[in-house]
Ligand binder design. Structure first.
Ligand code: FES
Length: 139
């Protein structure tokens, strides 16, 4: 069996939503201290809906595929829905990731949450800090 699914290879070789948004409403940047990979996600928000999203990932192929898939999954969706996106859902949408690459999908979940938190902070929107725990250093 191939190590990576066709979907992973597709999103890695042809990633969606690459780039940055100069007028982003929220920016989330996270990294994994072990592998040194960094992911940055930009969101544009209107009336509680994520109208646009872009990413820049300096990282492995699984991190790039995860960013691509995760941005596709939250584009056009309410913030409340984006906050429920888990790394497992991203990995499942990619038809799975090898076990030692699951942490790459965690970066996507964390970067999205960080971007939403940044949007809340910049706009003085109240939230429960418990909803935004500090990202762990994932193995
Ligand atoms: Fe670090 Fe994939 S190896 S995010």
């Amino acid at each position: 069996m191939a190590l990576y699914s066709e979907k992973v290879m597709d999103h890695f070789t042809n990633p969606r939503n690459v780039g940055k948004l100069d007028d982003a409403d929220g920016i989330g940047e996270v990294g994994n201290a072990r592998c040194g990979d960094i992911m940055k996600i930009y969101i544009k928000v209107k009336d509680g809906i994520i109208t646009d999203v872009k990413f820049n990932t300096f990282g492995c192929g699984s991190a790039i595929a995860s960013s691509s898939m995760a941005t596709e999954m939250i584009k056009g969706k309410p913030i409340s829905e984006a906050l429920t996106l888990t790394n497992k859902a991203v990995a499942e949408a990619l038809d799975g990731l090898p076990a030692h690459k699951m942490h790459c999908s965690v970066l996507a979940e964390e970067a999205i949450r960080a971007a939403i938190k940044d949007y809340y902070d910049k706009n003085g929107i109240a939230y429960d800090p418990a909803e935004f725990p500090e990202p762990d250093e994932h193995e």
